[in-house]
Write a protein that binds this ligand. Structure first.
Ligand code: IFM
Length: 708
């Protein structure tokens, strides 16, 4: 089947959404699926991975590079561009097998029709490069101009980030360098352009931009093509650009780029027999995971909105270790290691945060930026009514983030057998996380158990609760893991910590199912008003209103934002009987808003674990289609939260591979115990497990795992 996404006809309301779903990227940067003539007004961005800046007192966020794709046409002196000029026809396409973005737009002018076509890609073979082939044709003779340049006046949410620009032209290469205000990081875009026709070329150098003006007489029905090779570099780069942009052609670079994607797909692609929609959506999710993978980069991670822009401050959340890392562990383990290296490298930031709260060990940032320092503010939502920032407790109380990192590390070690990582800083990280959870434990005078109080669990709508079942269980996992690793892989250096870790692991309060088999999400949850999600929604006065926080519509009800107990059950499925998992799914699903894109995949996975692929399927599709479906949740109060949803993409992969295909590990071997949805006749995909490549073939609900 073709992995092509197309929108036919122009709809200006889709500009923000198209920016996300037509994204191209190569891990070093992401280029939003905007059109070449767009500027910051249309959320145009070349979003740089891991380059942060803070402008004044505003939120620190990732930086968008000067845009080297900026191009438009003029015919007989008049500019034709979207969204201003209504087209006769328009088509935007993403070939997500090859990582190629293209558009074709036809306008009616006073004298006849003109057509603009453009194909572009973020080079997967030379990660500093972007390439574009832009074609103009008219069905009448005209004076034509193509204006193409580098636009440094970029879209920012909390900018401006460039406080100084250097723009110019040297030996046929134009450039715009932006210097950030906080750390004086240089981000430079250069371009080189080749024409296949005679034209008069001139240039303009402005403060924040450089333009080339290509003027020619266009004959009817003849195509005029310009090819641009652009390069982005920063002063923070881990790796050098390959070659001189003047020496390579579009076709050469495209051939390299598509070959690189072919290699990626060889290991990434999942074939589903009998359900083209699911296969399309799942591989589209995998495409996005590949666009944002930090290949060649040292100790970099992935932001919650990938490389689709500055939403959530370009920060790294628990999303990476809980939802995305599985895909990389089994397809390109080196990337998974890079993600973990980021956490190892940022241990100091986590230590500092723990200290700030009077705690010990490593409390990883809820919104982690460079150095692991916390990007989350105390006021992370803006109230729609008063327009005032609302005090939220994501930053202070989402204790589960440190455990997610340990959980991600253990998934990595299990999947790769790479225990060496423990000697490369990971052991220290685990110990520090264990010390952090230990420092959270509280014991009431007459009780035996340790409790954790004043917590925000994965369901963010209920703040400052006690004994969130998910958080307590994850804390126990950290204690158990630290003990296990100490026992097996270290000498005596941590011996003094063993008694306290044992005590913590044995005595932390782990809530058991009640008489009806349900695990209460936190102390007192069952006493909250038991109403439906629709009823809670109907209480909103403003559609953008925040559901959580002190006065949110969900706060005093049992309606939750996202998988919480259900997430815990899918993490620790072997601890619970299938009947308990089913009962909890049945209880919590109608009470879950799925207001986070991290939610549906957990329900899907747990439904697979309880042999219920029919229930799992719609939740899987919701995850896999998160970026293909219009109208995802775009606001938290007045804060814009739109963008791509890589955790949802990763969650869809987990549901497909671990859920439907039932891939699991038993006695150090990969096992396949499938649970396919009715219409799936089979699945086929490759996985890397402990350095060996496997082919998995599932047919008629039985699976074969073969080394290849
Ligand atoms: O990490 C998530 C969180 O669980 C819910 N809100 C969005 C965050 C980033 O995806």
């Amino acid at each position: 089947m073709d992995f092509i996404l197309t929108e036919i006809a122009f709809d200006r309301d889709n500009i923000p959404w198209n920016g996300n779903r037509f994204l191209i990227g190569n891990g070093y940067f992401g280029i939003r699926g905007t059109l070449e003539e767009y500027t910051k007004e249309n959320m145009c961005a070349v979003n740089m991975a891991g380059i942060y800046d803070r402008a004044g007192d505003a939120w620190r966020e990732t930086v968008n590079a000067p845009n080297p794709l900026y191009t438009y046409v003029k015919v007989n002196g008049k500019k034709y561009a979207l969204p201003e000029n209504e087209p006769v026809s328009h088509e935007q396409t993403l070939d997500f097998e090859k990582g190629l973005h293209s558009r074709k737009t036809v306008w009616q002018t006073e004298d006849g029709r003109i057509t603009v076509k453009c194909e572009r890609f973020a080079s997967m073979s030379r990660r500093h490069l972007i390439s574009m082939r832009y074609t103009f044709a008219a069905d009448f003779e005209c004076d034509a101009e193509i204006i193409t340049g580098i636009d440094g006046d970029v879209w920012d949410i909390n900018g401006p980030h460039f406080v100084k620009f250097n723009s110019g032209s040297e030996d046929g290469v134009n450039y715009v360098e932006g210097i950030t205000g906080e750390k004086h990081i240089s981000v430079t875009a250069r371009d080189s352009v080749k024409l296949d026709f005679d034209a008069e070329c001139s240039g303009d150098v402005c403060e924040k931009a450089v333009y080339r003006r290509i003027v020619f007489k266009a004959e009817p029905h003849k195509e005029y093509c310009i090819e641009k090779i652009a390069e982005i570099t920063t002063s923070e780069d881990d790796f050098e650009p390959i070659g001189d942009i003047r020496d390579i052609t579009y076709q050469e670079l495209k051939a390299e780029h598509t070959a690189a994607w072919e290699k990626i797909w060889d290991i990434s692609k999942i074939t589903i027999d009998g359900d083209d929609d699911a296969m399309y959506a799942l591989n589209y999710s995998i495409y996005h995971l590949n666009c944002i993978a930090p290949r060649e980069m040292k100790g970099k991670s992935i932001a919650a909105r990938g490389l689709s822009g500055q939403v959530y401050k370009g920060a790294v959340f628990w999303d990476t270790e809980m939802f995305m890392i599985d895909y990389y562990i089994y397809t390109e383990p080196q990337i998974a290691k890079t993600l973990l290296q980021y956490r190892i490298d940022t241990l100091d930031g986590a230590r500092q945060k723990a200290k700030e709260y009077g705690l010990k060990g490593a409390y990883y940032a809820w919104e982690s930026q460079d150095g692991g320092y916390e990007g989350c503010s105390d006021y992370n939502v803006t109230d729609v009514f008063t327009k005032r920032p609302m005090r939220t407790y994501f930053r202070d109380k989402q204790y589960h983030v440190s455990a997610a990192i340990v959980y991600g590390l253990m998934k990595y070690i299990k999947g790769t057998g790479d225990y060496d990582i423990l000697n490369e800083g990971a052991m220290e990280m685990v110990i520090e996380c264990a010390e952090f959870y230990r420092s959270l434990l509280i014991k009431k005078a007459d009780e035996r158990y340790y409790e954790i109080h004043d917590v925000v669990g994965p369901d963010e709508y209920h703040e400052r609760v006690n004994n969130n079942s998910y958080t307590n269980r994850m804390a126990k996992f950290v204690f158990d893991t630290a003990l296990e690793l100490m026992e097996k892989y270290t000498s005596d250096e941590y011996n003094s910590l063993k008694p306290m870790l044992q005590d913590s692991a044995e005595n932390i309060f782990i809530r058991q199912p009640n008489d009806s088999g349900i695990i209460e999400q936190f102390d007192g949850y069952f006493r909250l008003e038991d109403v439906s999600v629709d009823e809670v929604r109907s209480r909103l006065i403003d559609p953008k209103e925040y559901w959580g926080g002190a006065y949110g519509v969900a706060a005093d009800t049992q309606v939750i934002k996202q998988a919480d107990v259900v997430a815990m059950l899918s993490m620790f499925k072997d601890d619970y009987a299938s009947e308990i998992m089913e009962k909890n799914l049945e209880y919590y699903e109608p009470r879950t808003e799925h207001g986070s894109s991290l939610s549906a995949c957990m329900y899907s996975l747990l439904s697979c674990y309880t042999n219920n692929p029919k229930t799992a399927y719609p939740m899987f599709m919701k995850s896999a289609r998160a970026d293909l479906t219009k109208g995802g949740k775009e606001w938290a109060g007045l804060v814009y939260i739109g963008g791509t949803h890589p955790a949802s993409a990763g969650g869809a992969w987990i549901a497909a591979v671990k859920g439907f295909a039932g891939i699991t590990e038993e006695d150090g071997k990969l096992i396949c115990k499938p649970n396919l949805p009715e219409k799936w006749n089979g699945m086929r995909f490759k996985l890397i497990y402990k350095n060996k490549l496997y082919l998995i073939e599932v047919q008629n609900n039985s699976g074969a795992v073969m080394i290849i």
